[in-house]
Write a protein of this length. Sequence first.
Length: 757
Amino acid sequence: MFGKFGNALATWRRRDDRLAALERDLAKGWSARTYEALRALATKGDAAAQYRLGQMYEKAEGVVQSLADAAHWYRLAAAQGYLPAQARLGLIYFIDPPTPAGLTDSRGPGEPGAPAPRGEPARQGEPASQGESASQGESASQGEPASQGEPGEGAPSLPGALAQFFPHGVSVRQDFVEALKWNLQAAAQGAADAQARLGQQYALGLGTARDVAEARRWFTAAAAQGDVGGQLGLGLLYAGSYETPADLPRAVKWLRLAAKSGHATAEYGLGKLLLHGAGTAKDPAAALEQLERSAAQDYAPAMYLLGMLHWRGEGVEPDLGIAETWLRRATVRGHAEASVALAQLLLERPEDDGVEAAALLRIAAESGNPRAAGALAELYVFGRGVPRDAAEAARWQALSASPGRAETLNMLASLHAEGISVDQDFSVAADLLKQAAARGSVDALYNLGSLYRVGRGVPLDMERAMAYYRQAAAHGSSDAAFQLGLLHAADGGEHSHFKTAATCFAQAAKAGHQRALANLGLLLIGGVGVPRNAKHGRALLERAARAGDLSAQSALGYQLAAGLDGPPDFAAALKWIEPAAAAGDAEAQAWMGDCRRLGMVGPPDLDAAEQWYAKAAAQGHVGTIALLASALETNDELDLDAQREVLGLWLAAASAGDADAQIRVAQCYLDGRGCEAQPQVAARWFQAAADQGDAEGRYQVGLGFLLGRGVEPDWHTALEWFELAAQQGHAPAREALAEHAEDSHPESATAAPQGNA
């Protein structure tokens, strides 16, 4: 009755029966005979047998696992229109990297194991980034096949012996063009999983031109069959994840359907929308439930978000312990942002040494995470968890997407200015400070003003210095206002400048700058730039002194000691000056030496005086150095080492320009005290004092020329120096001039002669 058609139908039934029998044999246990029978059937062109043989190679059922061999047999079956083979090929070429035995181990948009669409449900008005990974590992060039050579033929040709065992290669490379070909054929036959994958390819432009309308059509077709991948695709599309206009209520509808099927990505996306009340009523509790379900399926983005919510206390009570746990779980699963967040959470703990955070950031930064690179650069700047290293900081900062925070740029500038871990370079520091200032850093403005004030790394420019100080002061920097006050006070000493200085000091003092308060007090006491008000000025000094400002303490003490506001009160002065001296103020230490030496409060105490002088001298206080040398010289029985110590003190004061010290050094070299006698050196030091207009120095230079002491004798020159000293009231010079002028009457000198030292 059916003729040839009946014969063909009978043949197919026999083949199906035979294939079913072979399947039953395989279920009992693999055997070479059953495999050979199946292979023979596949070789004769049976599509079902070809598909089954492909499954065996894919799942390693009694044969060496080979996805390339699996694809070969799938392709033969697919070429005959066999739907399961077409769908399988559409999945294989879509996945990267393919895990042959595990393609069916995880859920996807259509076929289990296929990646979810790139991106995630966006917050309202915030489309997800197309660059975000489709799942936890998808990557490919848009519109280009990833494989080389013939599709499905795996890697390039193998060596001869190996090729005998793997005639179709050993791998299958991701190829979106090939995936599109097979997904189109399977989708046209109604395969829901292929329709979902096809929707994703059109949505992202993978292997084809991007076409959102086509993507929606195929997602809808898959969803109509109840396919979770299609439902997820529509949910993400309406959430704006494919750079499409957001329709969040519809996104919630489809994501909810996909989430009911237990899809981790859908649960995650639905959780985000519920959390923010986007497209649905805000429900933090339900959001957390969805996110926890997603995380229970090892979905790292959900773990990361849960960690952040528990850290911030968003929708749940803050709990840093729970936050750390979730972030660690996501980090272990390779979530780069989670590792960065975990590092930042650890760094927020004051007791944390930063070592683990640095390691986490380094791993993420080396993987190309720009935020991690920027955070790691900061650790190198501040020396936390890693050595302070400006060069390393600059290297990582260059890999960061951000140019750096102002605070970090400031600290990096200080490293270059101080030469810490790099060569000292004020010009680099100035460039970094300018970048920080452009980002609104008040500290950078102040530091730039200081660099221009002293001309380090930039030209010396007082106008620009003051301009930067003004900007910083306008933004509340008390240090900048104080420096402006100092500059105005030093600017020519005119009354108008002191008035501006007083205004600046008042601004800084109002912000709590104690030294500015002290300076304002001094201006009020002296009536400089402001109406004189000694009582108010002294009150300001006392406020600053009580706050611990050393300059205020010593200034207040000097006021009391000098009796500028009543009779001198050394005891009251001592109460303020001694704390300043103990804190290291050199002037106060010198005063304490005078106080103890002269017995201004209590009996004289030369030992205590010497100790205070020594402290001031150690800080280079010239007057104290001279006083200490004088105190030591009072001992007539100084040994050679002590004499050398005295000479060293006199030399320190003399080198700083103290004329008395220069004369004492000259006497030491003249007499050979603490050194060998060297009249020529003595003559140079006498000349140095004389050149400063010192009467004793001029007299000694005259003696030198009279006696030929370190210089060639020159009677006329000697008389000229005697006359200069005599004009200053120097008695020995007058006597010498009267004694030696009887022999001759040289013309009076009207200017200091040039010395021969």
